[in-house]
Design a protein around this ligand. Structure first.
Ligand code: SAH
Ligand code: SF4
Length: 354
């Protein structure tokens, strides 16, 4: 059994754990200050703790369940990290630079069971969920990399869009968000955190009930059931009507704009007809809607798909706009380093397994 990462504990969980182990309540503040503000690498660096407390932490927790295996930097400043977990599994994390700040894309599972036909991650079946510590450590590793550069740069945004279905690892996701969002933790604002789901409707209700004010993105990718089921088999379990019902609940409860991701697949879902169906689907909630058109990033194994032509993407965009749907096109970062979802990891595993 591997020791647990201390980064996986929320502030309340750590406080409770310390008190259960004979420590004063204020120790939690001290420990979190070392972890998230000073960002030390060893418990022995926690200078204002006594020897027994340090030993207690050392015996029960670790700070480094992630080991950096590869770090690739792209010309546009995107950095892709491949980490090895304590059990040998590989996961990836990406740092992207935008004019509004530095955004990190985190992985939530080793592989993914949703099996979308266009996605590299879905090719590798889920072997397990990441625990909250392994998700937080991805951000800590990136932040420590930035600290070492000495430019006083901070991770300002998080997107939960790496490998895995975050709502299939719900409790660890919620603990992760609490840690990075907490002002004694990394203090990254809820409005700077985006969680993307393939549309597990029952979890959208649950997510609304947490009261978290983070951004929700839903991978819609098609405006009707027939098409959506053909590219995302999860649509059988949660067809569009069920999904939209959960969306209505979320909007009523949280009243925050939802982003719908729509991957542009040539001749599959990129016709005017689909654009108009999408308008119809979303128009009664358009004040709380943003559609993100994502040009498909080709994945070697999925050569049945191609990226829509730029002109087609433009036309689709115009149709949405003309009909009052807020939308944008996401042109990718780090294209020269396989920064798309799951690509570095799947290539690395292929190399190793021949
Ligand atoms: N499992 C979650 C989050 C991770 S995927 C989800 O599906 O929402 C994050 C986003 O990347 C999703 O919208 C997904 O559809 C998209 N994506 C996956 N593979 C892609 C590819 N090859 N090209 C472009 N976008 C891709
Ligand atoms: Fe899983 Fe998301 Fe990829 Fe679908 S797109 S297989 S849900 S990671």
């Amino acid at each position: 059994m591997h020791k647990q990462s201390i980064y996986g504990l929320t502030y309340e969980q750590l406080t409770e754990w310390l008190m259960d182990h004979g420590q004063k309540r204020f120790r939690a503040d001290q420990v979190w200050n070392w972890l998230y503000k000073k960002r030390i690498n060893h418990f022995s660096d926690m200078k204002n703790l006594n020897k027994e407390t340090i030993e207690l932490l050392d015996e029960n927790f670790v700070l480094d369940t992630l080991q950096e295996e590869i770090k690739q930097e792209s010309k546009d400043g995107t950095i892709k990290f491949l980490f090895r977990l304590a059990d040998g599994n590989l996961i990836e994390t990406v740092l992207m630079r935008f004019n509004y700040g530095l955004s990190v894309c985190v992985t939530t599972q080793v592989g993914c069971n949703i099996g979308c036909t266009f996605c590299a991650s879905g090719l590798l079946k889920k072997s397990r969920d990441l625990d909250s510590g392994e998700i937080v450590e991805q951000i800590m590793n990136v932040q420590k990399h930035l600290d070492q550069q000495g430019k006083d740069e901070r991770v300002s945004h998080i997107v939960v869009m790496g490998i895995g279905e975050p709502f299939d690892n719900f409790n660890n996701l919620v603990d992760f968000i609490e840690v990075v969002n907490h002002d004694a933790g990394l203090n990254i604002g809820a409005r700077h955190i985006t969680v993307s789901t393939s549309g597990l409707a029952h979890k959208i209700y649950e997510f609304a009930d947490t009261g978290l004010q983070v951004n929700l993105a839903i991978s819609l990718h098609a405006p009707n059931n027939e098409l959506r089921t053909s590219i995302m088999k999860i649509n059988k379990a949660f067809p569009i009507e069920k999904l939209m019902k959960s969306v209505d609940y979320y909007l009523e409860k949280v009243n925050r704009r939802i982003t719908y991701e729509y991957i542009m697949l040539k001749d599959v879902n990129d016709h005017k007809e689909e654009a108009l169906q999408l308008v119809k689907l979303l128009k009664d909630k358009r004040h709380l809607t943003y559609v993100n058109l994502i040009p498909y990033n080709s994945v070697d194994e999925h050569n049945q798909y191609q990226r829509s032509d730029t002109a087609t993407i433009q036309q689709f965009f115009e149709t949405l706009k003309e009909n009052g749907i807020n939308c944008g096109v996401r042109w990718e970062n780090g294209a020269d380093i396989d920064a798309a979802c799951g690509q570095l990891r799947s290539k690395q595993i292929k190399k190793k397994t021949g």
